[in-house]
Design a protein around this ligand. Structure first.
Ligand SMILES: C[S@@+](CC[C@H](N)C(=O)[O-])C[C@H]1O[C@@H](n2cnc3c(N)ncnc32)[C@H](O)[C@@H]1O
Length: 706
């Protein structure tokens, strides 16, 4: 199967994960592609200087899952989605803490990460406060480094203001109802994006701040000191109000006395007094900025006095000659003025803070000596000769592929092919097919695979599709008079190709439920189905048959399916079909079509699995129609097909007579597979009674006469 083989070849490191099918929306082509289309490097090249701070599609993110009391060994997820229960603790109770960090392309051609231990420790503090499992420092740093390496072509090059912004997040992805017990599953993931400074050249231009009088950011003894998601939600309304009032940001005072400086909206307050001291608030309710910690160290290195203490706004604000707001994204930005009621306090200078800022950014990109050992080397800046050796273990949905590749049995492909092929397929469909027209979408998919794989296996692929459609049509016809809906189930959606072929044969009211465990595939298939206008008939369901059995039976209204396509992993064929039988989804009347072909790049399934499949089907009322079936008009099978079809015709003619419609049909089938001269030759022999094809033993053709 071309697409899948190619995918397997290409996606030796694609991982099994769970997420939900995307919402069924009528979307414009542009929005269909929005979250799945990567910016190409050439496109980014022109933008490095003006990147700003916005979310862009990346190659993927690193994800670790905590369940049964342990963290797993992590996976790289080539998609920006996460499946979680609708009752996940993070959604309802805000059990979630994140981090912000940066990586830089340095002068010497290496990508380095700034002081990750500080962030790891801060997240551990957050985990403690929110009763989440701690992310060990080593795992935290490995995950961050892996996310950078996997996206290293998006790390802005040395020589501009941009950097790679990194967002690690820890949250309760498992269910929580009531605040006890704790969730049984937590997720730690790391996403990255190339970003310019949040405030662009803010350090020179400066911002206007206003004291927020009507809002408290955090309660005394609350969670203000934790980088908890909720703290940022609490800041949204005040900061948007500040924007509406003509300010860039807010400044919060302490919630108890409304007297002491807390922090700016998501940034620490840093001030240089007229007598040259570095002063920053000390409070249990503010989050300590890692940038602030490093700036303090640099100030101390210069012999400055650094004071971390409560700052009484009214009494002290006039003593500052420089004020900055600091945080990872912004580094430190000049504050030009702070307004409090009718009063406006102006701050002209920024020399001291600016000097500290330059020193820190100089260390970050390798221009200044890193005396404190803050920078951690990740890998070389993009360089095609870098061996792709990633230490984070991956859970591959096609584990065999790793071995097959190591043995040189499959082609090695670059990252674009690894994670981009299916995205490109979607782009190709949207660009070339007619919306709402399944035939046109299928033609575009065929054209894409043909182009990608130089038409290898094209014929086989098409015959496979025809076979599937034939079985569906039989069922549709059989049910036509009853008016009952036709129910179909597919295991293994991939990009939705067979789903489309099934669904285009379904009458109104017909349904196909297609189960896919890979989130990227499910997302792409969902969009392809929507684009083809078949989303009223097809539902893509994320997960495995085993995990989703209750949903599958519900979706199929507890009725047996008329047609089942078994096309997921061969070791799951029998267990999943047995489960479906037990639940009444597969019955004697169900047509089960499966594919037991071993494709190039696949390791042949272990003998026990092959035996398990044939044993299972040997005593079932339904058979497994397979691609090995000689009825398939593959090039290699062509002559076998011809022989077998003629044999079937000959036997039919002997038993029922040449004029019987069934035998005429068999002759027609032979005509489609055999050269005319060959048929004439055999017909002559038949007439003379010397055709050996007329006397083949029954069992050799039994299966073709079913
Ligand atoms: C052979 S492809 C499906 C091709 C698709 N039916 C078509 O013809 O266009 C197999 C798919 O099954 C998915 N898969 C593998 N194991 C699965 C499982 N246990 N449950 C659901 N999907 C699975 C894989 O992610 C892959 O996308």
């Amino acid at each position: 199967m071309r697409g899948v083989t190619a995918t397997k070849m290409a996606r030796h490191a694609v991982f099994s994960l769970f997420f939900y099918a995307l919402p069924v929306l009528q979307m414009s082509p542009a929005s269909i592609l929005k979250d799945l289309t990567l910016l190409r490097r050439e496109e980014l090249a022109e933008k490095w200087d003006n990147l700003g701070f916005s979310i862009r599609p990346m190659n993927g993110h690193v994800r670790y899952t905590w369940s049964d009391g342990n963290w797993d060994s992590g996976v790289f997820v080539p998609a920006p989605y996460q499946l979680m229960h609708i009752n996940a603790g993070a959604l309802h109770y805000g059990v979630s803490a994140f981090e912000g960090m940066k990586a830089f392309a340095c002068k010497d051609g290496k990508i380095r990460l700034l002081n990750p231990e500080l962030n790891a420790r801060r997240m551990q503090k957050g985990a403690e406060a929110l009763l989440m499992p701690k992310v060990p420092t080593e795992m935290f740093i490995n995950g961050v480094m892996e996310a950078i390496r996997r996206n290293r072509e998006f790390v802005p090059p040395y020589g501009n203001n941009a950097s790679m912004y990194i967002r690690p997040l820890l949250f309760a992805s498992g269910q929580m109802l009531g605040l006890a017990p704790l969730a049984s599953e937590y997720t730690f993931f790391v996403t990255v994006l190339p970003a310019g400074g949040y405030f662009g050249k803010g350090s020179e231009v400066g911002v206007k701040a206003m004291v927020s009088n009507n809002h408290d950011r955090a309660a005394p003894k609350g969670l203000g000191a934790v980088k908890a998601a909720g703290n940022y939600a609490a800041d949204l309304a005040p900061v948007h109000q500040a924007h509406a009032d003509g300010y860039n940001t807010t400044l919060y005072l302490d919630a108890k006395e409304r007297k002491f400086i807390e922090e700016f909206s998501v940034c620490n307050f840093v001030g240089i007094t007229k007598d040259g001291r570095y002063v920053t608030p000390k409070s249990d309710t503010i989050l300590q900025s890692t940038t602030n910690i490093m700036l303090q160290q640099l100030a101390k290195d210069r012999g400055m006095i650094v004071e971390e203490r409560p700052i009484d706004f009214e009494k002290e604000i006039g003593n500052f000659k420089e004020i900055g707001m600091c945080g990872t994204a912004a580094v430190v930005v000049k504050v030009n003025s702070i307004s409090f009621g009718d009063k406006v306090y102006d701050f002209e200078d920024f020399d001291v803070i600016s000097g500290l800022r330059s020193q820190l950014t100089g260390i970050q990109c390798g221009e200044e000596e890193d005396k404190h050992g803050w920078m951690k080397e990740v890998c070389d800046v993009v360089n095609d000769s870098i061996p792709e050796v990633f230490p984070v273990q991956t859970r591959s949905f096609a584990p065999d592929m790793v071995t097959a590749e190591a043995k040189g049995q499959v082609q090695r492909m670059g990252s674009q092919a690894m994670h981009g092929l299916e995205r490109l397929l979607l782009e190709h469909v949207v660009a070339n097919a007619e919306p709402g027209n399944p035939d046109s979408v299928l033609a575009a998919m065929d054209a894409f695979w043909n182009k990608t794989f130089q038409a290898q296996g094209a014929e086989k692929w098409n015959v496979r599709g025809l076979k599937i459609e034939e079985a569906v049509r039989d069922k549709v016809q059989a049910k036509a008079s009853s008016g009952a809906p036709v129910r179909c189930l597919e295991m293994g959606t991939y990009c939705g190709y067979s789903a489309l072929r099934i669904a285009r044969n379904l009458p109104a009211g017909g349904k196909l439920l297609s189960v896919e465990k890979d989130e990227l595939f499910a997302a792409i298939a969902t969009k392809i189905i929507e684009f083809a206008g078949l989303d009223d008939k097809v539902k893509i369901w994320m997960g495995t048959v085993h995990s989703e059995i209750a949903n599958i039976t519900n979706r199929l209204e507890h009725e047996a399916a008329d047609f089942v396509l078994v096309d997921h992993s061969k070791e799951r064929y029998v267990p999943d079909l047995k489960l479906l039988e037990e639940c009444g989804i597969v019955s004697k009347e169900t047509a089960v079509v499966g594919d037991v072909e071993v494709y190039p790049g696949d390791e042949r399934p272990p003998k026990v699995i092959e035996e398990e499949i044939s044993r299972f089907f040997s005593d079932r009322a339904f058979g497994l129609a397979t691609m090995d079936d000689p009825r398939f008009l593959t090039l290699t099978n062509q002559s076998n097909n011809c022989i077998l079809r003629f044999t079937v015709f000959a036997r039919c003619a002997r038993e029922l007579g040449e004029e019987d419609t069934r035998c005429k049909y068999q002759y027609y089938r032979a005509q489609t597979a055999c050269p005319e001269s060959q048929l004439e030759d055999w017909m002559e022999h038949r007439a003379r009674g010397s055709c050996h094809l007329d006397v083949l033993p029954d069992r050799s053709t039994m299966h073709v006469r079913q």
